[in-house]
Write a protein that binds this ligand. Structure first.
Ligand code: ZN
Length: 264
């Protein structure tokens, strides 16, 4: 299966592009909605979509679902049991943050412990309802990189995770969506200020991508463009103002963001 790379750029208006051979080729719409090349060609873009115009989040999902505790060593580091079936939660679309963005920490009076969770993310390519695992696996359009930023103290305190996981800027994603990769044959590394914090393998996921998507689609319709974060390996840790974070998945890219202070 050949691999293609897609991004979304801030041109005259937000535009999906295919990246190929040092150029960006604008598309008529999102590639998972059948977008085709318009015939334009923009030179000077590398395989990570770095170039003359700013990169936007490469997805516009109607929903963002995340898998909790999908790696044994991570469940253990937080003192949690391994779930018996996939455990999911939502992040709102307003939490999305593009490549190079700033995660804004809440005021210390709200949370004093915000952590990184480096995750492989899936972009859905087909409407899925009541899907078998085989159909679910085929419905993945491509893969990207995300950070499930989490206010750990609020996650424990609130019961519901709506704000612990859902604050504005708490879902850095991108910079590109890549097709044709095996989601269970990748490594994922998170560095904070250059020091390795997380270094995991997606082959260690408890619940496979196919199992997670089949489980979700049993009760909820997945739609093209929906974003699924697949869980984090061990090594989660705190973020502080001024931190610089890199999450690398070789063959996809490196997601970069920094951390800014909250107000007060
Ligand atoms: Zn997570």
């Amino acid at each position: 299966m050949s691999s293609k790379r897609f991004a979304r750029l801030d041109l005259a208006e937000p535009t999906y592009v295919e990246l190929d051979g040092g150029a960006a080729f604008p598309l008529t719409r999102a590639p998972w909605l059948g977008g085709a090349r318009t015939g334009e060609r923009l030179d000077g873009y590398d395989a990570d979509a770095s170039g003359p115009r700013p990169r936007l989040a490469p997805v516009e999902p109607r929903k963002i679902l995340c898998v909790g505790r999908n790696y044994r060593a991570h469940a253990k580091e937080l003192g949690n049991e391994v779930p018996v079936e996939p455990m999911l939660f939502y992040k709102p679309a307003t939490s999305l943050l593009a490549q190079g963005g700033v995660v804004v920490l809440p005021p210390a009076s709200v949370s004093s412990r915000v952590e990184h969770e480096a995750e492989l993310a899936l972009v859905i390519g087909e409407r899925l309802k009541g899907a078998t695992e085989e159909a679910a696996a085929r419905a993945v359009f491509g893969l990207t990189i995300a950070c499930d930023v989490t206010a750990r103290d609020l996650q424990k305190k609130d019961g519901q995770w709506w704000r612990a996981k859902g604050m504005d800027t708490f879902c850095p994603v991108g910079p590109v969506v890549v097709t044709g990769l095996d989601p269970h044959a990748l490594s994922i590394t998170c560095r904070v200020n250059g020091a390795v914090r997380q270094d995991g393998k997606t082959s260690d996921m408890i619940f496979s991508v196919a199992r997670v998507l089949a489980h979700v689609s049993e009760t909820i319709t997945l739609e093209p463009g929906d974003l699924i974060l697949t869980g984090t390996p061990e090594g989660v840790g705190p973020l502080a103002p001024g931190d610089s974070v890199e999450i690398e998945v070789p063959s996809i890219s490196t997601l970069l963001f920094s951390v800014g202070p909250g107000a007060g």
